[in-house]
Design a protein around this ligand. Structure first.
Ligand SMILES: [Zn+2]
Ligand SMILES: [Zn+2]
Length: 751
């Protein structure tokens, strides 16, 4: 027997291997294996079996599979077909794509078992018949006798009795048939609490009812409809999801609900578990392989029927999948930024087509390209325009910081209005949130003499000063540097001395400022630095949701999902941060962030107030966010996109060349561009244009230089065809050994 194996290496097609007799019985299409590859041993997945090897392959060239990994595990044909589609669509290597679709990658893992001991029914007779047991054995017997209905593991006995190793004692007791031993499977659960089931559905508003009825009809009839559920913040989108999932379960179906990893808070998981109990599985990147494997077993056995989680939860191998939900569908994290560079929205819609089921995309600020699909009739729009219980949306105040600084020169970070609002909220026992999408203390260190900005040695990225730890840090490679006072560029030139000045604002500096203003307030900072460990993150959430925090300061991890009724004030000290990035989506991103953050305010019976501080008070992203006017924003943005021919009016592809030698990178990027241009020369009617190559906006990351080519055109299929042609041609050229080329179709990140 022979197997076609997709190996975990950058190749587009599989390789043929022989199957040793010993493995033949267990081997199936979808098995995970270990194969020799050159001098390496690699993981792979069997994608086809055959009696004979391909005719053009001499028998002595065929090597054998080395081992079967995780024999119990396999991928279904359906999943392999989906992986093939994704690999084709994103021009990704087949092995890497299957590994990404596989719940456990290509790992070798087994179930975890534990041996537990209990006293036999006639242990007293057995005891009496032999010689008297030693002290240690006696203590063990006492411990087991104290828990007659709960067999104990050796470790449990040791902890309870405070004895050292009980190994020998157990062995002797077993020999004398005083105790029995059982092997049990221990399930490695996720770290979220198993909340008791028992929540009843909430009464629905009229709008929620209309949305629910439509979605349920599509579930009933297995129609592959795509719904865009556009609901303002606090309008109860989750309740619509929960109803659709309930309906799916009642019909015997399974459901997947994707949420961005950042929104996978204990609060969010709790809500699902309280409704559906232990049928709910949670899949995310922080799970161990063991936890993932055990979750897979629960899915296969039918114990888990609702999966919530980040990107990869989309690949849950449910037998009877009938519903896919993508919450916060506008989120960039739904796009994977390494191969395969797929977008969950696109893959979800493909699954829906293949398996005939509806997809629900939900957001308060839908992606402009998604909304466009509802306007041209491809997708169905469902709207929740009111908050539940008719709470008003918060009042948004825009503060022009140029003016503020003229009137109050000392208001460096916080305007007088925002300070007053924080004060009032504190006095009334209400909670406030300050949002700034930048961590650290100072965000820029600049020389007062030559104007140079201090950058990371490995990356073309400005260094951030962190007061905690007193270091300069690169936010791309996390390299730390000792703080310096003199400009290194000026020092290089004889006799010059340039003093470095720290500027800008990050979460740490904001925290210090607020602490000085409100010395007796309970302030909590949440950013990457304070929540790096799993426990710190969950702890912070618990403290916040139990109302122990007066002022919460954080990055985008606090911008969404947070539902705390006591929040009445939200402040955005510098709304302009995301506005000026060299990316055509930067305005959309700003609008979206401001709307989401503002939505945290006034979710209880007290009205909310939002303070947006900006140097660009007339920018339309800020103006429309102030009025909670998604439609107004969409109309303006879509007109601009049309004029500039950006998506959805074109397909965009980014080709990135990276490598250690700048010259080689530039040369190969130019080579690639000329292949593209030569091909387009033969297609005079096409509107595809090649822009670049140019150094990318961040020209170096972790010592790797980056050059970029953009390709744009209205014919999606043609662009893919041209790119595929260029990739093949490029592979034939020489001299690119040290330069990596990656293609990203519909990139979400253009840095
Ligand atoms: Zn200088
Ligand atoms: Zn760096």
């Amino acid at each position: 027997m022979f197997a076609s194996v997709a190996v975990l290496a950058p190749f587009m097609s599989p390789f043929t291997y022989g199957i040793p007799e010993s493995m033949a019985k267990q081997m199936r299409v979808g098995s995970i294996v270990e194969v020799p590859f050159g001098k390496q041993i690699l993981g792979g997945c069997v994608i086809a079996l055959s009696e004979r090897p391909p005719e053009d392959l001499p028998a002595n060239k065929i090597r054998s599979i080395k081992a079967l990994r995780t024999p119990e595990f396999y991928l279904e044909t359906r999943e392999l077909e989906l992986a093939q589609w994704i690999a084709e669509r994103t021009m990704a290597p087949i092995g890497e794509t299957i590994s990404c679709v596989s719940f456990i990658g290509f790992s070798d893992i087994s179930i975890r078992t534990v041996e537990r001991y209990a006293l036999t029914t006639d242990y007293q007779t057995k005891l009496a018949s032999g010689k008297s047991p030693g002290t240690k054995m006696k203590i063990v017997i006492e411990a087991l006798a104290a828990n007659p209905n709960a067999p104990m593991s050796a470790a449990e006995i040791e902890t309870q009795t405070r004895l050292g190793s009980v190994h020998d004692a157990l062995k002797r007791l077993l020999n004398r048939q005083i105790i029995t031993r059982d092997t049990n499977i221990v399930e490695r659960m996720d770290d979220y609490a198993q909340a008791p089931k028992g929540d009843k559905p909430l009464p629905l508003t009229e709008e929620q009812q209309i949305a629910t009825t439509q979605i349920n009809a599509s579930i009933d009839h297995n129609t592959p409809d795509v719904y865009l559920l556009h609901g303002v913040t606090g309008s109860g989108k989750t309740e619509v999801y929960l109803n659709a999932i309930r309906h799916t379960l009642d019909l015997g179906g399974d459901a997947i609900c994707l949420v961005p990893e950042i929104s996978l808070t204990p609060q969010a998981v709790d809500r699902f578990r309280r409704r559906f109990g232990d049928m709910v599985g949670v899949y995310h990147s922080r799970l161990s392989i063991g936890q993932k494997f055990d979750l897979w077993r629960r899915v296969i056995s039918g114990h888990c029927r609702v999966m919530i989680g980040a990107r990869s939860a989309l690949f849950t191998p449910f037998q009877n999948l009938r519903l896919i939900i993508l919450d916060e569908e506008h989120e960039n994290s739904y796009k994977q930024n390494n191969a395969p560079r797929y977008h969950c929205r696109e893959v979800a819609i493909e699954i829906a087509k293949c398996r005939s089921l509806p997809v629900v995309l939900g957001s308060a600020t839908p992606n402009v390209e998604s909304y466009y699909q509802t306007q041209n009739g491809n997708w169905k729009l469902l709207t929740l325009s009111n908050r539940v219980d008719s709470q008003p949306l918060p009042t948004v105040h825009i503060i022009d910081m140029s003016r503020e600084l003229l009137e109050h020169p000392k208001s460096e970070l916080l305007s007088q209005d925002l300070i007053n609002a924080l004060k009032h909220a504190k006095e009334a026992g209400e909670m406030s949130i300050l949002f700034i999408n930048r961590r650290g203390f100072f965000s820029i260190i600049r020389c007062s003499n030559c104007g140079a900005i201090l950058r990371c040695d490995n990356c073309e990225v400005p260094l951030t000063y962190h007061k905690t730890g007193n270091t300069l840090r690169c936010h791309y490679c996390e390299q730390q540097y000792a703080p310096v006072t003199d400009c290194p560029h000026c020092l290089e030139k004889e006799g010059l001395k340039g003093t470095l000045i720290a500027l800008g604002i990050g979460t740490q500096r904001l925290e210090e400022t607020v602490q000085k203003l409100f010395p007796d307030a309970n302030i909590r900072r949440m950013d990457y630095d304070t929540t790096r460990t799993k426990n710190a993150y969950i702890e912070a959430w618990n403290e916040i949701s139990h109302g122990q925090t007066d002022i919460l300061i954080g990055t985008q991890m606090i911008a969404r999902g947070l539902h705390i009724e006591n929040v009445t004030v939200v402040g955005v000290p510098l709304a302009d941060i995301s506005l000026y990035q060299p990316d055509f989506r930067s305005t959309e991103r700003t609008f979206c962030l401001l709307t989401q953050v503002a939505g945290r305010a006034g979710r209880g019976d007290k009205p909310g107030h939002v303070y947006i501080q900006t140097y660009a008070p007339f920018n339309y992203a800020i103006r429309f966010a102030q009025k909670h006017d998604y439609n107004g924003f969409y109309q303006k943005e879509i007109r601009l996109r049309k004029i500039l021919r950006f998506p959805p009016f074109s397909t965009l592809a980014a080709i990135l060349a990276t490598g250690r030698e700048e010259e080689a990178v530039a040369t190969m990027a130019k080579e690639f561009a000329s292949i593209l241009n030569a091909r387009l020369w033969e297609m005079p009617k096409s509107d595809i244009v090649v822009l670049g190559p140019n150094p990318a906006p961040i020209a170096k990351i972790e010592n790797s230089f980056r050059w970029r080519i953009l390709v744009r055109g209205t014919d999606d299929e043609k662009i893919r065809e041209v790119l595929k042609f260029a990739m093949n041609e490029y592979a034939q050229t020489t001299g690119h050994q040290n330069v990596q080329i990656t293609v990203d179709i519909n990139p979400t990140e253009l840095m």
